[in-house]
Design a protein around this ligand. Structure first.
Ligand code: FAD
Ligand code: UDP
Length: 380
């Protein structure tokens, strides 16, 4: 009945499903164990009518024209330059740390001098990872680096990862470099924003195709079985392609041990007043047990709500207990080696493909995921 089975209705699964169904004429079955489509991008209106992101704030951002064009087939956009501030003492400072932040911290005269030094060292417009800035030989630049390390990265990273910045992959803190510019935006890509009527509507339109069947509340492990080098669906050998976007260790019953992940506890609060913090995202980089507070109406531009809903994010180590969700792969050599053992098992099955943040054990943004899904569908 089906030519392809896709496990997971997140962005990776949804894009792959649409491409295979529409452009290759494949009959695609999508199995999703949650009660809804959209994966971690899922959004919905809460009890107060406010559009919330159930799995944390998601801002689409990309410089890839083909990715933007593809998604734009399924949604219009509310585009903006996403800005984040950090609450440090009584002040709200622009993040990433940039030349505006520098002036707020050091005052005009000293900041002008430091700005000249930074521009001479790195060039205007450059992006310098904090761990690189810390290595600079100039004492004044190292003083800035120390300030940024202590006030922006250390506590936040300890909360998010349970480790210091120097103990985690440099790729992670490198996502939020020090900017030698006056750009207060969190991302620098050309397109940034959210789907005009929400992510879930975009997913619904993408999956709405005569060749696509979506089954929510369906854990693939109930219907898919692996034996030898073959996949069995409902007890019969399945010779079509199977794309898997879930966690790879789980699929193989964690036989080599669990792959480590960080998880998050999202705590939503509603306030019966127009605004809570007046900003879409405030990072708590030196205080509190949560990492950040998102106020959704400032992220989505929602105008028709009197009250306001926020979410606080409390990180913790994923244990695999019921109800926990693995959000972030923890990138290091040991974990990569463990992942490779699972990947070798998957590689023995010729019609089985791994795609997505979990299945590939990578730190992908939405746009990178769309691109990879488009490429895989092309290749198949
Ligand atoms: P997912 O969205 O996780 O989808 C995988 C799906 O597979 C899930 O729905 C899951 O239920 C399903 N599944 C798993 N196992 C099974 C099974 N056994 N049977 C059936 N179904 C199964 N990216 C950005 O670009 N911008 C942002 O602002 C941003 N913010 C983020 C904030 C947070 C808190 C997090 C955690 C991530 C954020 N990301 C952001 C990253 C973004 O969420 C991911 O890049 C994207 O969602 C990955 O898509 P995916 O399809 O690989 O995975
Ligand atoms: N980070 C930090 N302070 C900040 C913002 C980011 O220490 O104010 C570090 C932290 O280690 C975080 C990483 O940079 O995990 C990447 O940040 P990003 O905002 O990209 O994380 P995500 O939104 O993916 O959770």
């Amino acid at each position: 009945m089906y030519d392809c089975i896709i496990v997971g209705a997140g962005i990776a699964g949804a894009v792959a499903a649409r491409k295979l169904a529409e452009e290759k004429g494949k009959r695609v079955l999508v199995l999703e164990r949650r009660a809804h489509i959209g994966g971690n991008c899922y959004d919905e209106r809460d009890a107060y009518g406010i559009l919330i992101h159930n799995y944390g704030p998601h801002i689409f951002h990309t410089a890839m024209e083909d990715v933007f064009a593809y998604l734009s087939r399924f949604t219009g956009w509310y585009l903006f330059g996403h800005e984040v501030v950090a609450k440090i003492g009584d002040e709200l400072l622009p993040i990433p740390f940039n030349l505006n932040t520098l002036h707020m911290v050091y005052g005009q005269e000293k900041a002008d001098e430091l700005e000249r030094k930074l521009i001479a060292a790195y060039g205007e417009g450059s992006r310098v990872p904090i761990m690189k800035l810390k290595e600079n030989e100039d004492a004044d630049i190292r003083e800035i680096a120390e300030y940024v390390y202590e006030n922006v990265f250390l506590r936040y990273t300890m909360k998010q990862w349970g480790q210091k910045p120097e103990e985690i992959s440099p790729e992670v803190t490198g996502r939020v470099p020090v900017l030698i510019s006056r750009d207060n935006r969190y991302f620098q890509e050309k397109y940034q924003g959210v789907p005009k009527d929400g992510f879930t509507s975009m997913f619904a339109r993408m999956l709405d195709h005569e060749n696509i069947t979506v089954r929510c509340g369906a854990d693939c492990r109930e219907v898919l079985r692996f034996s030898g080098n073959a996949v069995f669906y409902d007890g019969k050998e399945f010779e079509g392609k199977v794309i898997y976007t879930g966690a790879l260790d789980e699929l193989f019953d964690c036989r080599f041990g669990r792959l480590p992940y960080r998880s998050l506890d999202f705590r939503f609060e509603h306030y019966d007043r127009p605004s809570y913090q007046g900003h879409s995202v405030v990072n708590y980089t030196v205080s509190e047990d949560f990492t950040r507070i998102t106020e959704f109406k400032f992220l989505t531009g929602q105008q028709d709500a009197d009250g306001t809903t926020i979410v606080k994010e409390y990180p913790f180590a994923y244990t695999g207990a019921d109800g926990e969700i693995p959000y972030y792969a923890i990138l290091n050599d040991d974990n990569q080696a463990l992942y490779e053992r699972y990947r070798a098992l998957a590689a023995e099955i010729p019609n089985f493909y791994l795609l997505g943040r979990l299945a590939e054990y990578k730190y992908y943004n939405i746009d990178a995921m769309v691109k990879k899904a488009m490429e895989l569908a092309e290749r198949l």
